[in-house]
Design a protein around this ligand. Sequence first.
Ligand SMILES: *Cc1c(COP(=O)(O)O)cnc(C)c1O
Length: 492
Amino acid sequence: MIERGKRMEYQSTRNAGYRADSVQAVLEGIAPDGGLYIADPAEIPFDWQSVLRCSAREMSARILQALLPDFPDMRGLVEKAYEGKFETEDLTPLVQVGDRYVLELFRGPTSAFKDVALSVLPQLVTAGRSLEGAEGDVVILTATSGDTGKAALEGFHDVPGTRIVVFYPYKGVSRVQELQMSTQKGKNVRVCAVRGNFDDAQTGVKKIFAACSGRDLGGKTLSSANSINIGRLAPQVMYYFKAYADLLAAGRIGMGEEVCFVVPTGNFGDILAGYYARRLGLPVGRLVCASNQNNVLTDFIRTGVYDRRREFYKTNSPSMDILVSSNLERLLFLLCRNGEKVADYMRRLSEEGVYTVEKELLTELQSDFACGCCDDEASLRTIGEVFRQYGYLMDPHTAVAWNVSGQVRETVGGMPMVVLSTASPYKFPTACLKALGGSPDEDEFAVMRQLREISGMPIPRNLAGLQEEPVLHTDVIGKEDMLDYVLRYLAE
Ligand SMILES: *Cc1c(COP(=O)(O)O)cnc(C)c1O
């Protein structure tokens, strides 16, 4: 018999009546009413200063223990999660670039920041399954704008007691991203392209959850690897602490001094993890939400009106091509603590495509968050400028954040600025090479080599080897066929 840790209550953002402990919240992924599971980190007793003296893994274990206290052996889970997977022992190195800092989150097995969390999530799901005494498989459903899919496949493939289905927008991801997914090996994996964009895929997945709620799935349960799952969000909190600890250790800041973080944002998961860090006590100054041309969040943070009724752009930072940012719902809840109100906003968003938050909520939001956006042209120009000036090559997502960090300089005063870098430039080689003034070949692997010639930066092994891998997944379906697709797979 395995002993559980302390119980902690999570509840749905839309209805306090739907409650779960942290193990159930991870296993379910989303609350039965479509809300997201939430507990306020500010109410957890947490010694944030002592955590700053820990190694990256120990730091991760302590934070996760605080946020997900029902898992008894978090230290063991974290060790297993990261063992041999990352390029560096400290997981997420901080690099100084000019007068700013870049937090490199892409040193994991699939070269995107999602690896930090998706290395841990399978451990949580497996441990949770045995704590709950579950017999059937946990089936992970994932909608991806390009990076979550591969990171989740990497984490879950061949993990006993789990299966994973990944949906990505057909022709909506880079060639490298597509190959990363379509060449995925493993007995328990499915990868399928959906004719539609990321929002269609994400809405489709949410609909599958709703349709399967309370339905007999032959002992199987559904869960999610998207940041709607608290088990995916919580492991990300660590790197804000890690960056702060690195700045302290290097003597760049004093204990208690505020640091500003600029976050390339899509589904609002990464930046929300920063807000969690702040609510756990870390001196996080402004959190700056950086968007590409799909700037629904910039408008929202400026005006309090969230309006998704607008053109959807395919940009060269595709992982941020999102108009419905799921995790904003958690922030709204933490700001108003009123499930009925959040449910109403979400109902309006789904039925009318727009909602407006109240003045007080907006004022509070604006005291914690700043924002900015830039288009493809500006992000490419940024990649070129930063490379020429500092010899540092960044991917287009990071470049959006770097560009926005320049825009908000005045707003944040002299606060030290950390720009989160969410992907390796080699995941988006064509855009990067163009930005450096090169003429990209048709073949993205040739482009990677061209990019290496110019930058001198090594190509991550997981990407270099991709070209030789056989393509194993070729399914393409309409967005209305996603439920059938999953039901058929469940029946196998
Ligand atoms: C997922 C992703 C983002 C956006 O992160 P969210 O948590 O969805 O806001 C930004 N950049 C890259 C490279 C990503 O993969």
